[in-house]
Design a protein around this ligand. Structure first.
Ligand code: DAH
Length: 333
């Protein structure tokens, strides 16, 4: 049986044949297994002799199976290596990777510009006190300007902030009387408002500089450098008189249209100018409330909407696209 098995093992041409052969000899119903099962009928003297013999044959068969198996595997590998050709110049698999959301990209771009101008980033709570959101910003409870910024209230005195301006007060209150105060405050804000260009949740960046002898010329120069860094070196700005309770005087800032260069197009509604942010000289009342003496110091502030700037910069028509999380849209930026 041993010789017959070894010859058969040697003759196997592949794995399948070899594994089937193994079952024939060593499986539950295999012929060598049958020999060891039949040992019960032997005399007590014959039994150990036969047992030893079966073990020796079994070990030899196992060894032969193992050697043959590794030889067959090696031969298979050699054959595949010989015929298989790998073209290493073929393009590899592309694994899709995500990107930062357009709002994040625009926020970081703006932050970089102002960090370069020596500003520091100050972030604050989205759940805000009426005191900072309105009172400190010179909007007492009966002020009509509050109507334009209706929000989501937790109680009479706690609300989701309607703008990033409360960070002006929080920062000044903490720093007074140190100078200069030179911060930008990016963050999420909320308003009861929703249409193609308004979302109940959106992002703003606040700008604040307080120091000795800060004038409107500083405001204008700072915003001009920002606008040119953001929208191109040829941009001009225009300040239009406006009103905010927390600035005096107040100005709306327009930039010269970057699509038509001022000739008139649909983006600028044929005016040549695009409104980009609100700004002004910090109201003496705000300075006083936050611990600074308006006779000694002055400052300028500005606030801008990140969605608006992103939409302008990339020609996005509907603000809701920014929050739908549709990768077909997001992957474009
Ligand atoms: N907080 C204003 C808003 O949300 C924007 C703004 C206007 C901020 C003028 C300012 C500013 O700091 O000076 O409508």
């Amino acid at each position: 049986m041993e010789q017959e098995a070894l010859a058969a093992i040697e003759a196997c041409r592949n794995r399948e044949e070899l594994l089937a052969l193994r079952v024939t000899y060593l499986g539950k119903k295999g012929s060598l297994t049958a020999v060891s099962r039949g040992m019960g009928s032997l005399s007590p003297e014959e039994r150990p002799v036969m047992g030893q013999l079966v073990n020796i044959v079994k070990d030899k068969m196992e060894a032969a199976f193992a050697t043959k198996l590794s030889r067959l595997d090696a031969a298979l590998l050699q054959a595949r290596l010989a015929e298989e050709k790998i073209d290493i110049t073929l393009p590899g698999k592309v694994f899709p990777s995500g990107s930062r959301h357009i709002i994040t990209q625009v926020r970081e771009e703006i932050e970089d510009i102002f960090l370069g101008l020596g500003y520091v980033i100050a972030e604050g709570p989205q759940v805000e006190l009426d005191k900072y959101n309105f009172e400190a910003m010179n909007m007492p409870s009966d002020h009509p300007a509050r109507a334009m910024q209706d929000s989501f209230y937790f109680s009479d005195s706690v609300l989701l902030r309607t703008h990033t301006s409360p960070m002006q007060a929080r920062t000044m209150e903490k720093m007074a009387p140190q100078l200069p105060v030179k911060i930008i405050c990016p963050g999420v804000v909320y308003r009861r408002d929703e249409d193609a260009t308004h979302s109940p949740m959106f992002h703003q960046i606040e700008l604040l500089l307080v120091d000795k002898e800060v004038t409107m010329a500083d405001l204008k120069g700072t915003i001009l450098s920002f606008v040119r860094a953001m929208f191109g070196r040829e941009r001009e700005i225009r300040l239009r008189p406006s009103y905010f309770p927390f600035t005096e005087p107040s100005a709306e800032v327009d930039i010269s249209c970057f699509v038509c260069e001022g000739k008139g197009c649909s983006l600028c509604k044929n005016t040549g100018w695009i409104e980009i942010l609100g700004s002004g000289m910090v109201h003496p009342q705000v300075l006083k409330y936050c611990g600074y003496d308006p006779a000694e110091v002055s400052g300028f502030a500005a606030g801008m909407g990140l969605e608006r700037i992103s939409m302008l910069k990339y020609g996005i028509k509907d603000i809701r696209l920014l929050f739908d999380n549709d990768v077909r849209f997001l992957a474009q930026f």
